[in-house]
Design a binder for this molecule. Structure first.
Ligand SMILES: C[S@@+](CC[C@H](N)C(=O)[O-])C[C@H]1O[C@@H](n2cnc3c(N)ncnc32)[C@H](O)[C@@H]1O
Length: 324
């Protein structure tokens, strides 16, 4: 079992990815110090303007600027990136999904391999694993998240990583261009992923399961994938989409874990930074919020039960014609 305390710093830091065993030998305080050193908080600075959208579907990209991307842009503008200032102690009975994801994607890397990450948000999760690849591109539909990503990239000095405003459905990349496509709680566009992958290449996708924060959503009467708890597991649907696109699913791993927020205020902060409960409003939702906190507060804190999954798939290698 892994226990990690999030103490007003982001869990995502670039550099050498941590393995599960390394993570579990660190005290929470040590982990927090690492992160603070790697991501010193800075006063807001003007951010280099992003290149305009490339001809890879600029109009489509703009049109596809969904409510989703608008939500993430608001988060980036208000909080300076995609991370939570909320303090919690997280207990991972099935392993820590982000650490497992990092290990899988790092193991697929090679000095000349190209990695495409879709829905990269503020880019820190991508920067953390990027050293395993020769060239890395992160795409997202939120300009504000990408401004944060470019700032973190510049701080990291990682010159082989680029960020672009681009729709995952229309990357415009050549066929067979990348060795690996990743999406960490980002979009899944199976046919586009299959197209840009080279034969033998892999997709690694991390998603949110149907049981995620169920008790919270039931209390609020709404939320991401509301009322899908008794339907087909969402990971199966993702695996099916990848397989329908011609990929071979090699992994479907489930992670149930618990987050214990140190106070009701920490949970409130967290809910403002994520889309778990759509349009969460501390004033309008106060009654439901208080009811939830009263029902789930235990000695360790205010409990939030999470359910994530990782699905991995491979594009079949090209078959050499047999000599006649
Ligand atoms: C949950 S966040 C991803 C977090 C990030 N992968 C990480 O590990 O920290 C989802 C991101 O996907 C982006 N997104 C949603 N639809 C997209 C699309 N069609 N193309 C590219 N990015 C998209 C959103 O703007 C948002 O930044």
């Amino acid at each position: 079992m892994t226990v990690v305390t999030r103490d007003a710093v982001t869990p995502a830091a670039f550099g050498v990815p941590e393995t599960e065993s390394q993570r579990s030998t660190k005290t929470p305080a040590m982990a927090a110090v690492d992160l603070v050193e790697e991501f010193p908080r800075k006063t807001k600075e003007p951010v280099r303007a992003l290149q305009p959208l490339t001809d890879r579907g600029s109009r489509e990209g703009a049109r596809a600027m969904t409510m989703d991307a608008e939500f993430y842009s608001r988060v980036a503008e208000r909080f300076g990136g995609y991370f939570s200032d909320a303090r919690s102690t997280d207990v991972f009975a099935d392993g820590r999904p982000d650490a497992v994801f990092d290990e899988l994607v790092t193991a697929l890397g090679a000095p000349h391999a190209r990695l495409l990450d879709v829905g990269c948000a503020d880019g820190r999760s991508l920067l953390r694993i990027s050293r395993a690849y020769g060239a890395v591109i992160g795409i997202d539909l939120s300009p504000s998240m990408l401004e944060c990503a470019e700032r973190f990239r510049a701080e990291s000095g990682l010159e082989h990583v680029t960020f672009e405003l681009c729709d995952a459905a229309r990357t415009g990349l050549p066929d067979g261009y990348v060795a690996v496509v990743t999406s960490r709680r980002g979009p899944l566009i199976a046919h586009e992923f299959e197209r840009v992958l080279r034969p033998g290449g892999a997709v690694v996708y991390m998603g949110i399961g149907e049981q995620d924060a169920r008790e919270l959503k039931e209390t609020f009467g709404r939320g991401q994938n509301f009322d899908s708890w008794n339907s087909r597991p969402l990971s199966e649907g993702i695996a099916q989409e990848l397989s329908d696109a011609g990929l071979v699913v090699t992994r479907n791993q489930t992670f149930h874990f618990e987050e214990f927020y140190h106070s009701a205020g920490d949970l409130d902060t967290f809910l403002q930074q994520v889309p778990i409960v759509d349009n969460y409003d501390p004033a309008a939702d106060k009654e439901a919020f208080d009811r939830y906190v009263a029902a789930v507060t235990v000695d360790q804190g205010v409990r939030l039960s999470r359910h994530w999954f990782i699905v991995q798939a491979q594009k079949p290698a090209a078959v050499e014609p047999s000599p006649s």
